[in-house]
Write a protein that binds this ligand. Structure first.
Ligand SMILES: [Zn+2]
Length: 258
């Protein structure tokens, strides 16, 4: 069975088990084929997809923690029953060192961000669409890691930005683009077209991470920048809500505490 998992060199080198899924390698039928992680569809198929992911990444499927994502900036620390956590509203999750807990976010165009502190083994996963960028879910995640006992410095943190909609496809109103730019950097506005603009959410997240003190070379783009990493452009590899609407499955970004 092939189970393509996209990984970050920087996170791997720091010793963190993690990955970004594609739509390949699962058991979900069309139109959600095949590795759908949406939480409100067939539970048996979801369990099988999660079991395959856990085996591929290397964690116990029973400690996969997720929350109900609402495009905000609330962070939860994983613990207790994952089913209970899943009922709580949060767009970032952190896992404590030594627990082996896995934290994950579901996306279909929004940006999945994985963060790790090599000095403690503590990790976080954040779900950052444009609303999350404006709400600063990335900042909430970084600040959590830096405030924890034994935390390292911002310049020692490692981050990976996963598959998401690219500036080729992410068209928004000028007002939305202004809000994203003011929360990140002018580099987030790729180009203006009339009263619309195309926005680079990856660039916005990178700018936020850089402003928080992360080193540029400690922030990985997975699978890379440009159309090769765009969820809407790559129908064969990725789900995209902009492209497929309610017929879109969900990708997962997951990282395990060390
Ligand atoms: Zn695109």
């Amino acid at each position: 069975m092939t189970f393509p998992l996209l990984t970050s060199k920087a996170l791997s080198q720091a010793g963190f088990s993690h990955g970004f899924t594609t739509r390949l390698g699962g058991v979900s039928p069309p139109p959600y084929d095949a590795l759908d992680f949406a939480v409100l569809r067939d539970p048996a198929l979801l369990r099988e997809n999660q079991a395959r992911l856990a085996a591929a990444v290397g964690f116990d499927a029973g400690v996969l923690h997720q929350a109900m994502q609402v495009h905000g900036a609330t962070l939860l620390v994983a613990g207790g029953d994952p089913a209970a956590t899943l009922a709580l509203d949060a767009d970032a999750l952190a896992a404590e060192p030594g627990t082996g807990h896995a934290v994950a976010v579901r996306v279909a165009d929004c940006v999945p961000v994985l963060l790790a502190d090599p000095s403690t083994g503590r990790v976080a996963a954040a779900h950052a669409g444009w609303r999350g960028v404006v709400a600063d879910v990335v900042g909430a995640s970084v600040r959590h890691l830096l405030a924890a006992p034994g935390a390292g410095t911002a310049s020692g943190l490692v981050a990976a930005i996963g598959p998401s909609i690219g500036p080729c496809c992410f068209e928004v109103g000028a007002d939305v683009a202004d809000r994203i730019v003011s929360a990140s950097s002018p580099s987030a506005r790729d180009r203006r077209v009339g009263d619309k603009a195309f926005v680079d959410l990856r660039a916005a997240v990178r700018a936020q991470l850089r402003a928080l003190g992360l080193a540029d070379d400690a922030i990985d783009d997975v699978p890379g920048r440009g159309p090769s990493g765009c969820t809407r452009c790559e129908r064969e590899r990725f789900y995209s809500y902009r492209r497929d609407g309610d017929a879109s499955g969900r990708l997962l970004g997951v990282i395990v505490a060390r």
